[in-house]
Design a protein around this ligand. Structure first.
Ligand code: MRU
Length: 369
């Protein structure tokens, strides 16, 4: 995606070929700051403290984190330590586990002397594959948006209203995004898309990140409070919801940022299609029941009791919202059952949110009989 007129990804190898550079997303939209990750500690901190976030970008960062960890010591113990520490950074996004398993499988089969260069090469490939998968999600999703637009245009609408939650755009991936890739691709095809952006408390990924990237690309959008979606749907002002996911089960249950489930319920009640964009590595083939099986991250209650923004002098400032001593709970994600999902938009095409649907696109995952 373009930043200040330059094609930019969310993670890239530094000019010295050793360090890795990222955008510190905790500073957006107020400051565009590039941070260098130089070792395993840096990669661990970047994921845990959400300098990078979004399931696919977490996976790519973890892959580079393994490469950084092995410089100077690529033995089995160090590989184990890197995978263990990176896996513990964030529990819900399954792309993290997927990337670490992929790296470990490759690296443990190689002589120690070959591991560092192989680790950097595989991390770069994981990043490139993410870009290609998201571009394909965008193409498949754009067909859905084009069809919906044809229908709405015939009814006299002046734009196609898409509602999204959290940030599942290019900032959540290496490039393009998952939920927002169809929006970008549909715009390229001339569909006049307008995006309702859920602010997404408590960390406001919608208000700060989705709005930032849509604005940067000139996409018409409006930020709304998290509770506004149901009202807009009742009044026919949402044509389709598209969200991303941190982990989707083998049966099509979708885990995503807290509040997604409530949007899916409102969409069902109002006959609004509810789609989920996801690349293959976000599918957890080991879990059937998302509510029972997916670990839900609980973060620092201070993210609920406090909020950070820019003050009148332009300084980033954190203020307290709640009374001193009021306890707060901070659940990061929820699970939308497959029955509320109209379709899953993957890099291989669109399918129903069901085991049969997913296996029709990923037949190699069918249990051998
Ligand atoms: O806590 P975050 O910001 O990492 O959560 C991100 C989301 O929930 C995204 O919607 C999800 O990872 C899909 S990203 C393509």
């Amino acid at each position: 995606m373009r930043i200040h007129g330059r094609q930019t990804r969310t993670i890239w190898l530094a000019a010295d070929g050793r360090g890795v550079e990222i955008i510190d997303q905790t500073k957006l939209p107020h400051e565009f700051r590039v941070v260098r990750l130089g070792d395993l500690d840096d990669a661990e901190r970047a994921i845990r403290d959400m300098w990078v976030r979004g399931a696919p970008l977490i996976g790519a960062t973890a892959a580079y984190g393994v490469a950084l960890a092995l410089v100077g010591n690529a033995g089995d113990d160090r590989l184990d330590e890197a995978c263990r520490r990176l896996l513990a950074t964030r529990p819900t996004a399954v792309n993290l586990r997927w990337a670490l398993e992929d790296m470990r499988r490759l690296l443990s089969s190689l002589p120690v002397a070959e591991r560092v260069s192989a680790a950097y090469a595989r991390a770069a490939a994981i990043a490139d594959e993410d870009v290609a998968m998201n571009a394909a999600i965008g193409e498949h999703g754009a067909l859905i948006l084009s069809d919906l637009w044809d229908h709405r245009k015939a009814q006299g609408a002046d734009c196609l209203n898409v509602l999204t939650h959290c940030n599942a755009g290019w900032l959540a991936t290496v490039d393009w995004g998952t939920a927002l890739a169809p929006v970008y691709k549909a715009l390229e095809r001339g569909v006049p898309v307008h995006v309702w952006v859920d602010e997404t408390r408590p960390r406001n990924q919608g208000a700060s990140l989705t709005a930032c990237e849509l604005k940067g690309h000139g996409v018409p959008h409006t930020v709304i409070v998290d509770n506004a979606g149901g009202h807009l749907m009742q009044h026919g002002r949402v044509d389709v919801c598209i969200v991303g996911t941190d982990r989707t089960t083998a049966t099509g249950d979708v885990c995503n940022k807290i509040g997604t489930y409530l949007k899916a319920l409102a969409a069902k009640d109002n006959g609004v299609p509810f789609y989920v964009g996801l690349p293959g590595p976000t599918i957890d083939w080991t879990i059937d029941d998302g509510v029972a099986g997916i670990p839900i991250e609980e973060r620092d209650p201070a993210e609920v009791t406090h909020i950070t923004g820019r003050d009148a002098e332009g300084r980033l400032t954190t203020v307290q919202l709640t009374p001193d001593g009021s306890p707060a709970a901070n659940f990061g994600f929820d699970v939308t059952p497959a029955r509320l999902v109209t379709g899953l938009i993957t890099e291989r095409g669109v399918c129903p949110a069901s085991r049969e649907g997913l296996l029709s696109l990923y037949p190699e995952r069918a249990p051998h009989v």
